[in-house]
Design a protein around this ligand. Structure first.
Ligand SMILES: *Cc1c(COP(=O)(O)O)cnc(C)c1O
Ligand SMILES: *[C@@H]1O[C@H](CO)[C@@H](O)[C@H](O)[C@H]1NC(C)=O
Length: 425
């Protein structure tokens, strides 16, 4: 087939844009835009909220090497709760999938981007969560962006915890339902709002299962009771719970005994389940079917790459087989929490591997985390606006891959830096 005429007529207008006079005008516009952007960047630096990226030169794990220090440091800030990111069987499964299924699909799912590999992982995730069906996304952020718009229309209401994750907030913004926010984990405020939402067609209560800054667990039992009383569905985002909360690691709903009362669950493959990438929604089959037809991030974004699917599948299989890894993580979490509390620190939340060491002052949190790095311990300080003013903290995340010795070294470093900065007497 000759492209002659058609391609010339397509190219001509593009070349037209490159005429010298147009070029100089666009350079002026670009310079203006650059100044606007630099200004914005300066204001972020001035506000002290600049996020620098630390360059890691090893694989993810309890021991990592970073560009700015010699030797390895102990890492306590990954969401690698079960240590599966570099687990030999997970890595091998990725290599096998790469060899058998290739690097990627060059297609969205519904055109020519669905392999048996994808269907198998969706089925395993549905089984893991004991729900009817599952739909995979490139990320949980996408899953959250896709869900509300499909499920809810202008006659519906969505009731969302005020501290929900950004992806949920963005997802809710995309839908036309009436948006209502209830106070963080406040059941009586939720009830007030549910009463107000009685005139809507459907009601959906939306909450993180575990909130990532505090490691605190949503009061799901009470939420499910209210949802039943006022005729609402319940949706939970389980990114910081899937794989390790509850007796078999199924999540917050298992921990609180409400697996059969939570309608929809979103979670990520990017944290405990191998840490590569990907998100998913599990729930009633008609909802999942409809998401495959209508959910924009699913329809218009590339299929998950086979190696990523292979890694996640092996991670889920390991967890379906045994809860040993999660139990090991819980034991180390309690070792850290107990030693730190005994030493005189305040650790927020309870029993979750997110262990926020509460310090209050933003500068203190920042200075202390710098000093921790000098002791070879990598932890991050969080302050306003990520957490409320006066509630600055260092967030420590425990992994099954840490040894008891790693935990003890971290506690020792906290005690020494805590004494230096007058946090401990
Ligand atoms: C990490 C996280 C996400 C985003 O998940 P990705 O798969 O990385 O996009 C969504 N919700 C919550 C609560 C999270 O913690
Ligand atoms: C998570 O839930 C939201 C809201 O219910 C939905 O829009 C989104 O697509 C879900 N994310 C995933 C990864 O399933």
């Amino acid at each position: 087939m000759s492209l002659g005429k058609a391609s010339r007529s397509l190219v001509a207008p593009v070349l037209g844009v490159l005429r010298p006079s147009t070029l100089s005008r666009s350079f002026a516009a670009a310079a203006e835009a650059r100044a606007v952007l630099e200004n914005e960047l300066d204001s972020i630096r001035a506000a002290g909220t600049w996020k620098a990226e630390r360059i890691i030169t090893s694989k993810q794990g309890p021991q990592i090497t970073v560009d700015c220090s010699r030797g390895s440091i102990l890492n306590f800030c990954a969401n690698n709760y079960l240590g599966l990111s570099s687990h030999p069987e997970v890595v091998q499964a990725g290599i096998d999938a790469l060899k058998s299924y290739g690097a990627g699909l060059s297609s969205v799912r519904f055109i020519c981007g669905t392999q048996d590999l994808h269907k198998n992982l969706e089925q395993k995730l549905a089984e893991f969560h004991e729900r009817e069906d599952c739909i995979l996304y490139a990320s949980c952020f996408d899953a959250n962006a896709g869900l509300f718009e499909v499920l809810l229309g202008p006659d519906d209401a969505v009731l969302s915890d005020e501290l929900n994750h950004a992806s949920i907030i963005d997802g809710i913004r995309l839908c036309k339902a009436k948006r209502m926010r209830y106070k963080h984990m406040d059941l009586s405020d939720l009830e007030v709002q549910l009463k107000e939402a009685q005139s809507s067609r459907m009601r959906l209560v939306v909450t993180d299962g575990v909130f990532s800054m505090d490691g605190d667990v949503a009061p799901l039992r009470g939420i499910c009771d209210l949802a039943e009383q006022y005729g609402a569905m319940v949706f939970i985002d389980e990114c910081h719970a899937t794989g390790f909360l509850g007796a078999r690691g199924r999540g917050t709903d298992e921990l609180l005994g409400v697996m059969d009362r939570v309608d929809i669950v979103n979670s990520t493959l990017g944290k405990a389940l191998g840490g590569a990438a990907g998100g998913y929604t599990v729930g009633p089959k008609p909802l999942i079917d409809l998401l495959r037809q209508r959910s924009r991030p699913y329809l218009f974004s590339n299929s998950l790459p086979p190696p990523v699917v292979g890694c996640a599948t092996r991670a889920v299989e390991l967890l379906l087989d045994s809860n040993e890894i999660a139990q090991s993580m819980t034991a180390k979490t309690m070792r850290f929490r107990n030693s730190m509390t005994q030493a005189g620190f305040t650790i927020a939340g309870s029993a979750h591997p997110i262990c926020p060491v509460m310090l209050g002052d933003a500068r203190l949190a920042s200075l202390m985390s710098d000093d921790m790095l000098k002791h070879g311990i990598y932890v991050i300080g969080f302050s306003f606006p990520v957490v409320p003013k006066g509630k600055a903290r260092i967030r420590v995340q425990i992994s099954a891959a840490h040894t008891n010795d790693d935990i003890d070294r971290c506690v020792d470093a906290f005690i020494q830096t805590g004494q230096k900065h007058g946090v401990l007497s």
